[in-house]
Design a protein around this ligand. Structure first.
Ligand SMILES: *Cc1c(COP(=O)(O)O)cnc(C)c1O
Length: 396
C-alpha cells in the first residue's frame, strides 16, 4: 500500500489524546470545529437534540462551558453564557428583551460604552431608550409601564453611587418588566444581584473577573431558558467567548477573593487618606460613612467591603487634576479597571473631552474628577504615591 503523503501524515499524526486522568487545570479546547461519526449525530448535536459540540461560534466549547458553570455558581443563577466582551454580552441581552418598537428604561448613571450602545445603537433597531434617575423610584416606576427591560449598575460610574437595588428589582417585578444589572464594578464577591431579584446579571469579565488586564471578555448570568435566548444571538451574529479567553477568566476567578480583599482594603485606606486632605474637594467611595449610600451599600455588599473603585474631585479644575495623574508613578494613567495595576483616568481631559461641560456636569463629571481603580500593589506604596503627587501639584 502506498504510504500517505507528507501533509496527510503531518495533519493526522498528532492524535487528540484520550486522557482518562483529570488535569488540575481546565484544558484549553482551542478548536473551532469538532468531528462526528455520522451525519445524523452531526445534525442532532447542531440542533441541541443530543449533547456534544459542533462549532465555536456560540454552539458551545468545553473550556467556555467550564467558565459559564463557575459564573452561574458565583452569581447564584441557573446558567450563564460567555461573550467575547462585556459590550457583546449587554448587546445580546438588549436584543433578546427588546424587539423593534421595544422600549428600554436605563439608568442615567452608566459606563460610557453602555451609554453609547443605548443611545446610538438600539435606536437603529427601532428600540426607544428612556433614561431615568435610578435614585428616584417614582420616576422609574412610571417609566416602567410597558417597558421591554430595565437596566442599572450595581456600583455606578463615575461617582460610585449605589441605588436602592432591592426596591428597583421589586418595582420591575410589579410591572412585569425584566431587570438587567451590570455587576462589573462590584464583582460577585461583593454582591450577587440575582439573589435580590435581577433576571439578568451582566459583566465585563475583562475587569475583576479575569483580573489581569490581559483579556476582553463578557458574561450573562440568567435562567437556563434565557441562556438559550442569548446564545441564539451569539450564534446568529457572533461575539461568543473563545476558549483561551475563557481559560484566562477561569484562572482569574480562582484568585478573585484574595484580589478583592486587597483592592477593597487599599481603596478604603486611600479614600480615608484623601478625605482628610484639604486639597481634595470630595471623595466618592461607598465605604466612607459620609457617602450618601453608605448604609445601603453596607447592607447590600458582603465582607464589610465596598469595592476597589473610587472617584476623587480635586480643587483647581482640569489642569490640576491632569497634573496630579501625571505626577503619579506607582499608579498609571490608563483605561479599564479591576486589574493588578492601579489605574487612574481623568474623564474631563480624555474620554469626555468632547462632551460639552454642561452635559459633563449633568453626569457628575466635574473638571477635577479623577477615577481610580486600585490594583494589587502594596497599600503603603500606593498611599505614598498619591500623597507625593498631591505635594507635586500642590492643589488648592
Ligand atoms: C468595561 C465595562 C463594560 C464593557 O465591557 P468590555 O469588556 O470592555 O466590552 C461594561 N460595563 C462596565 C461597568 C464596564 O466597566
Amino acid at each position: 500500500m502506498r504510504e500517505a503523503g507528507f501533509s496527510t501524515r503531518a495533519i493526522h499524526g498528532a492524535r487528540v489524546p484520550e486522557v482518562r486522568q483529570l488535569p488540575a487545570s481546565v484544558p484549553i479546547y482551542q478548536t473551532a470545529t469538532w468531528r462526528f461519526e455520522t451525519q445524523e449525530e452531526y445534525a442532532e448535536v447542531l440542533a441541541f437534540e443530543r449533547p456534544g459540540h459542533s462549532y465555536g461560534r456560540g454552539f458551545g466549547n468545553p473550556t467556555v462551558e467550564a467558565f459559564e458553570a463557575v459564573m452561574a455558581e458565583l452569581e447564584g443563577t441557573e446558567a450563564a453564557f460567555g461573550f467575547s466582551s462585556g459590550m457583546s454580552a449587554i448587546h445580546a441581552v438588549a436584543l433578546v428583551l427588546a424587539g423593534s418598537a421595544g422600549h428600554a428604561v436605563v439608568s442615567r448613571e452608566l459606563y460610557g460604552g453602555s451609554y453609547a450602545l443605548f443611545s446610538k445603537v438600539l435606536p437603529r433597531y427601532g428600540i426607544a431608550v428612556e433614561e431615568v434617575d435610578p435614585h428616584d423610584i417614582e420616576e422609574v416606576r412610571s417609566a416602567l409601564r410597558g417597558a421591554s427591560f430595565f437596566y442599572v449598575e450595581t456600583i455606578a460610574n463615575p461617582l460610585c453611587t449605589v441605588a436602592d437595588l432591592e426596591a428597583l428589582a421589586a418595582s420591575c417585578r410589579e410591572a412585569d418588566v425584566p431587570s438587567v444589572i451590570d455587576n462589573t464594578f462590584a464583582s460577585p464577591w461583593l454582591c450577587s444581584p440575582a439573589t435580590i431579584g435581577y433576571d439578568f446579571v451582566v459583566h465585563s469579565a475583562t475587569k475583576y473577573i479575569a483580573g489581569h488586564s490581559d483579556v476582553i471578555a463578557g458574561v450573562v448570568c440568567c435562567s437556563a431558558r434565557d441562556r438559550s435566548r442569548v446564545q441564539g444571538v451569539a450564534i446568529d451574529i457572533g461575539g461568543a467567548m473563545q476558549p483561551f479567553d475563557a481559560w484566562l477568566a477561569i484562572r482569574g476567578l480562582q484568585t478573585l477573593e484574595v484580589r478583592q480583599e486587597r483592592q477593597c482594603h487599599s481603596a478604603m485606606a486611600l479614600a480615608e487618606m484623601l478625605a482628610g486632605d484639604r486639597r481634595v474637594v470630595a471623595v466618592h467611595y461607598p465605604g466612607l460613612g459620609s457617602h450618601p449610600h453608605h448604609d445601603r451599600a453596607a447592607k447590600l455588599f458582603r465582607h464589610n467591603s465596598f469595592g476597589g473603585m473610587l472617584a476623587v474631585e480635586l480643587s483647581g479644575g482640569i489642569d490640576q487634576a491632569a497634573a496630579w495623574c501625571e505626577a503619579l508613578s506607582t499608579a498609571w494613567i490608563g483605561a479599564s479597571l479591576g486589574g493588578t495595576h492601579t489605574l487612574v483616568t481623568h474623564p474631563a481631559s480624555t474620554t469626555h473631552r468632547q462632551v460639552p461641560v454642561s452635559e459633563r456636569t449633568a453626569r457628575g463629571l466635574s473638571d477635577g474628577l479623577v477615577r481610580i481603580s486600585l490594583g494589587l500593589e502594596n497599600t503603603e506604596d500606593l498611599l505614598d504615591d498619591f500623597n507625593q503627587a498631591l505635594q507635586v501639584v500642590g492643589a488648592g
